[in-house]
Design a protein around this ligand. Structure first.
Ligand code: CP
Length: 293
């Protein structure tokens, strides 16, 4: 495996995370127009699951850095003839690609890619990790609070199926913040500290709502009954009890009116759309790192 791959937040030390966030902040300021000092760099993006934010913010970052980008049409590739993920990537390595961005439904799909020499950036693996989502979440919090130490973060919703929950737990605890989890009992996860959402809200610096991942089997009566927002979501009443300085986050896509009242998506405390802009900055930073700069 290439040593500049980014597969999981477990692979990054606190110092690595700070370095990536510092680079992302430079891309937001004095190094806005920085490009890779390479005569050519070819990226191959392989999305085996649907994506809007991750896919196209990676592409935006790659183009801004001067890369050429191939969006590999997985459904038109020889994967449909049964070719393995490893053989697909080895082929792309042999024909000249320099960077792979991969989203795949299988947890830790990258474990079968040890002999791929091109750096791999994990754009989400099953219920495993979503490292660049986590980095953009951290950047959003850092821009707000000027620190990632001592923050009180509550993550609420479909914890069981969420790679965002696991990546943020890993990173925020490493950086010295407190992360606790709320939501339906059916979606609790071993090792994830549970808190009563209503009790936690007035103390939280960050209230992060998670999407219900129906595609991974998440199903509850309250969702079909339309009662989820009142029982577990961010309603206007709960929003009103947040600290003045606190922010709302959500990795999106958002199920408006389910996890969060639709009027709150762009409310004053919401950072949901700014999170997406921060996604381009951190993806530029991890691409820079992938090429050893
Ligand atoms: N947050 C996130 O990963 O969104 P997409 O599925 O649209 O990439």
């Amino acid at each position: 495996m290439n040593r500049h791959s980014l597969l999981s937040m477990r692979d990054l030390t606190a110092k690595d995370i700070v370095q990536i966030l510092d680079d992302a902040l430079l891309f937001d300021n004095e190094f806005k127009d920085w490009q890779l000092p390479l005569s050519k760099a070819l990226a191959a993006n392989l999305f085996f699951e649907a994506s809007t934010r991750t896919h196209y913010s990676f592409e935006s970052a790659q183009l801004q850095l001067g890369m050429k980008v191939a969006d590999i049409a997985v459904s038109q590739s020889s994967v449909t003839k049964g070719e393995t993920l490893y053989d697909t990537l080895k082929t792309l390595e042999m024909v000249g690609y320099d960077l792979f961005v991969i989203r795949h439904p299988q947890d830790e799909y990258y474990k079968e890619l040890e002999n791929i020499n091109v750096p791999i950036l994990n754009a989400g693996d099953g219920k495993g990790d979503h490292p660049t989502q986590c980095l953009l979440d951290l950047l959003t919090m850092y821009k707000e609070f000027g620190t990632l130490q001592g923050l009180n973060v509550v993550i609420c919703g479909d914890i069981a199926h969420s790679r965002v929950a696991s990546s943020n737990k890993e990173a925020l605890e490493k950086l010295g913040s407190t992360v606790r989890f709320a939501g339906p009992k059916e979606w609790e996860r071993e090792g994830f500290e549970v808190v009563d959402f209503d009790e936690a809200i007035p103390e939280a610096d960050v209230v992060m709502m998670l999407r219900i991942q129906k595609e991974r089997g998440a199903a509850l009566e309250e969702v079909s009954d339309g009662d989820y927002l009142n029982r577990y979501g961010l309603s206007r009443e709960r929003y009103a009890r947040m600290k003045d300085s606190a922010i709302v986050m959500h990795p999106a896509p958002v199920n408006r009116g389910v996890e969060i009242d639709t009027d709150l998506v762009e409310a004053e405390k919401s950072r949901i759309f700014p999170q997406m802009a921060n996604g381009v900055l951190v993806r530029k930073a991890v691409i820079k790192r992938a090429f050893g700069f």
